[in-house]
Write a protein that binds this ligand. Sequence first.
Ligand code: FPP
Length: 244
Amino acid sequence: MRREPDEVGQATGPGHVAIIMDGNGRWAQMRGRPRLFGHHAGARRVREIVEACPENGVKYLTIFAFSTENWKRTQVEVSGLMKLFQRYITKEARALSDVGVRVRFIGDRVRLNDKLVELMDNLEILTAHNDLVHLTIALNYGGRDEVARATKRLAQDVALGTLDPETIDEETLPRYLDTYVLPDPDLVIRTSGEARISNFLLWQSAYAEYEFIDTLWPDFTAEEFGRLARKYGARDRRFGAVKA
Ligand code: FPP
């Protein structure tokens, strides 16, 4: 039976929401400010959305902070973003840990600077015992890059003789992805009016629901997040099957 969004309670919320946080640059430009001003405003939004997860039935939240393609931006913007990530981790670590958030990072760390990687490692360790909300931050992440890195490791296991190619099926590759401990996303939200997935969680989102909304990320509120979560709860997901 289909239910109206308002009747839907926590149990039917999207257990895993992934967000493409887009629109920081336009938000800043509309105010006559540099793009980094928008990224700082965007970073401040993250906590509010993380804190709204439990009441909306969201156990896993995955956010796209920096893509493998974002290196093509100006040096000023890239280095400003890297500094912002360092500052964010340093400043938010204790607060996130204290409210029961477990933080993980996905993406290729090889190109990130050592100081940032150390902060990321430490935050993962500091929050490893938490279980209220699992926040995953995608940093230097690209879906194709992730599949390529996973395939390389899988091929190495075949070469070593620890993986029999005959046993490879749909369950095998996900074990080599950065997200191997996470469930697949139920709902993917992209802000700022663009209807693209931009190389985000390509394998994992095969059956996700999508919401493309006009709001620019720095204006995205807990109320809007809750509305999208309730709307999701009213949807009918069949995963390719026919309804009985
Ligand atoms: C896309 O907006 C946003 C990014 C490339 C960076 C996302 C980063 C944040 C929201 C802040 C940091 C997050 C954390 C976890 C600290 P855009 O610059 O492409 O916007 P535009 O499309 O309007 O130009």
